[in-house]
Design a protein around this ligand. Sequence first.
Ligand SMILES: Nc1ncnc2c1ncn2[C@@H]1O[C@H](COP(=O)(O)OP(=O)(O)OP(=O)(O)O)[C@@H](O)[C@H]1O
Ligand SMILES: [Mg+2]
Length: 325
Amino acid sequence: MHREGGDINETFNKTNIDFIGNNSRVREIYSVINLVADSITPVLITGESGTGKDVVARLIHSKSPRAEKPYVAINCAAVPKDVFENELFGHEQGAFTGATAKKSGYLEMANGGTLFFDELAEMSTDTQAKLLRVIENKSFRRLGGKDEIHVDVRMLAATNKKIDDAIRDGEMRKDLYYRFSVIEIHLPPLRERKEDIPILINYFFAHFCKIHFKNLKKLSEESHNLMLRYDWPGNIRELKNAIERLVIMCPEDIISPNYLATNISDAKFQEDKISITVGTSLRKAEEEIILRTLDAVDNNKSKAAFVLGLSRKALYNKLARIDKY
Ligand SMILES: Nc1ncnc2c1ncn2[C@@H]1O[C@H](COP(=O)(O)OP(=O)(O)OP(=O)(O)O)[C@@H](O)[C@H]1O
Ligand SMILES: [Mg+2]
């Protein structure tokens, strides 16, 4: 586990939230979190799915003076648009048919603490305008209510959409974006911080072997190299799930590549490219593809046949015709 020295270490003890990473951009993010935790300024957290936006939001709250106060997270994509304002602002008794009693919304629930709007661009633009007003005035009215209710809430938001696209498509109001983006924390995808992969692998093995009562497992050198080559489109979530699966499914303590999911073990194919000039005969092209595939799978004929979509026998027949072989 990455616990040797440095600021990041201190988080574990203070907050029990795991924010692992040693990449320079991650270290920078960590210092921004420390800087902004004390203030009430809204923060926008951006990044692809699985890069750690939720983790960062919880970290900001738990390092803030509001740590002991409520932390309320709303997934704007999960709450139907027509009931969103009712959930956010609450309502007075009789505000609408069925409003038999007064109800407090998220804003009141989060009073004194932090309110995290996950997938902010999924909130309707009407509600976005009302939210901006709450941020500016620090007060709001319940649905059907006349009185302004004052609240002290720190607002955080996250989105995995490209903001420019969301603004252009009319999903995100520019004014609310400007209010939130005073401080924007962008989490890099895992493929741009590959040096953190070994640290995360060790950390997740330690974590999952412990909770599943297994001996500490590790990857063979070849498996490790394949994990490093893979692009991790699902980012840290995908890596975390992959390690948990290996801990549960692999009976051996040293994990060989055949236990890896095929998308990971096929990672080597993503980088190897063959260029064939126009005018090359089909036979020559086929030969090149077959030989290069065999190289990529360390001459394992069954695997090569599988990748090429051939039976083993068909592959052997083709190989018999290739002179060089
Ligand atoms: N730096 C990190 N260190 C350790 N675990 C992490 C880190 N970043 C993310 N994780 C873990 O990876 C998983 C995904 O993280 P998180 O839910 O924060 O991603 P997200 O960016 O909010 O994704 P989405 O856009 O899909 O909501 C979680 O289980 C989280 O605990
Ligand atoms: Mg999230």
